[in-house]
Ligand binder design. Structure first.
Ligand code: HEC
Length: 402
């Protein structure tokens, strides 16, 4: 009996300890959420990722909340949310190898240090571009392993429209050394996408305008979309303000006027996502031209409870300019997704013969059909994924053209 008591007491104590630790862990988040905000729709599966103006107004003095202004430095100087720090989007993304708005770890590190962000803090992001800059930082923070980032629904315009105070003072911030822990599951490269083009568990979403998707407007060497990609133009997620495609002139000015663009209701968004045939089990890849609009879609998916989302940072600025990558034009997703029989020999070569060597290995070859049969058989032995039918289509194509 005595023994039992001895065993029991620590067990109870441990349970108590555990609940205390749990309470401490969950506590701060709950404390923040305990101020109910009259969210127009708090039924988003991940509603905590979006905050409304009154929630933010109640948390301006909270030392664990860092408010980040992603508008231009000029707009910030004219007046910003009291206590907010300025991080123009150019401070967290740069042109690398001629690809615009690329993630650069050193640059992001410097920005996070400068604004004194630490992992246990809540980052609240706002801008004046339909929440696009905020979304880009949101994705970046996901990628560097920051747990708690939220976006102000409606951004600066919502704050101004609510008649809340503005300040011209920049807060004094003690800089920190943010411990970045890159989360590879948040980013995907072109090579990884190529390898997954046939994967039924993967859905690629294109956040650009319909014109860029079809190829009618080409902002890179080639127009069109990634084979199989489904279109979800980013602005379709918003309501209450301007819906202007980024291929139209003056789109930035239109978004910056006094209209307040906010996210559509959870029910409306869910219907749009269901139309795309999405399920939370899918691994979803988002892209646009620079993963700016793509980041907006990335945020939307996270808000709607899709956890397995990866941003393709290179986006069309890379894909459309690399002639070794397959492209589909027109309004249909096309490509390999679900129906490999649709691929012709040329598409198969572009999609399957990459990864080990450049496609130009195929050029300047003068083989007869038997020669290509021999080569392709060797490539299959090395691991090139081709069914018998696809192998024949590839050999036909190569024998005819090379
Ligand atoms: C899994 C990696 C891999 C993939 C995928 C791949 N190759 Fe190769 N390829 C190789 C290697 C390794 C060599 C060099 C060794 C050799 O020639 O056997 C090579 C060499 C070649 C050569 C030069 C040698 C020759 O026979 O003329 C050609 C042409 C070629 N590949 C074409 C293709 C084509 C066409 C495809 C798609 C059907 C393809 N490769 C896919 C690995 C790959």
């Amino acid at each position: 009996m005595h023994r039992l008591t001895v065993v029991r007491q620590p067990t109870l104590a441990m349970i108590l300890m555990l609940s205390l630790i749990l309470a401490a862990l969950i506590g701060p988040a709950h404390a923040q959420d305990s101020t109910p905000s009259p969210t127009p729709d708090d039924s988003y599966p991940n509603a905590g990722l979006l905050v409304e103006t009154d929630w933010l107004a109640d948390h301006l003095d909270d030392p664990t909340v860092r408010v980040i202004d992603l508008r231009s430095t000029d707009a910030y100087a004219e007046g910003h949310i009291p206590g907010a720090v300025s991080v123009p989007v150019g401070d967290i993304a740069s042109t690398i190898d001629e690809i615009a708005l690329e993630f650069d770890q050193d640059e992001v590190q410097a920005a996070l240090n400068r604004i004194g962000l630490m992992p246990d803090m809540t980052a609240v992001l706002y801008d004046d571009l339909g929440m696009m800059n905020s979304a880009r930082l949101f994705w970046t923070l996901d990628y560097v392993g920051h747990a708690d980032a939220r976006i102000l629904n409606g951004g600066w315009n919502a704050w101004a429209a609510a008649g809340l105070p503005a300040s011209t003072d920049a807060p004094t911030i003690e800089s920190t050394e943010y411990p970045i822990e890159l989360q590879p599951a948040r980013l995907i490269t072109a090579e990884e996408i190529v390898a997954r083009l046939d994967d039924p568990d993967v859905v690629i979403l294109d956040a650009r305008s319909p014109q860029e998707y079809t190829g009618e407007v080409a902002l890179a060497a080639r127009g069109g979309h990634i084979p199989g990609a489904r279109l979800f133009t980013w602005l379709d997620a918003l309501t209450g303000g301007d819906t202007v495609y980024t291929v139209e002139s003056g789109w930035e000015e239109q978004l910056r006027d006094e209209d307040v663009e906010v996210f559509k209701s959870a029910a409306e968004l869910q219907a749009l996502l269901d139309d795309l045939g999405l399920s939370p089990e899918h691994e979803i890849i988002t892209y646009c031209h620079t993963h700016w609009r793509g980041a907006h879609l990335y945020f939307l998916l996270r808000l709607m409870g899709y956890e397995n989302v990866r941003g393709y940072d290179g986006s069309w600025a890379e894909w459309g300019n690399r002639d070794d990558l397959p492209v589909v034009t027109g309004p249909e997703p096309g490509g390999a997704a679900g129906d490999t029989a649709l691929l012709d020999g040329e598409q198969l070569v572009q999609m399957r013969c990459v990864g080990c060597h450049d496609l130009n290995r195929i050029d300047h070859q003068d083989k007869d059909r038997a020669g290509w049969e021999n080569t392709v058989a060797r490539m299959i032995a090395y691991g090139t994924p081709l069914t018998d039918e696809e192998r024949d289509a590839v050999i036909d194509y190569l024998a005819e053209t090379h």
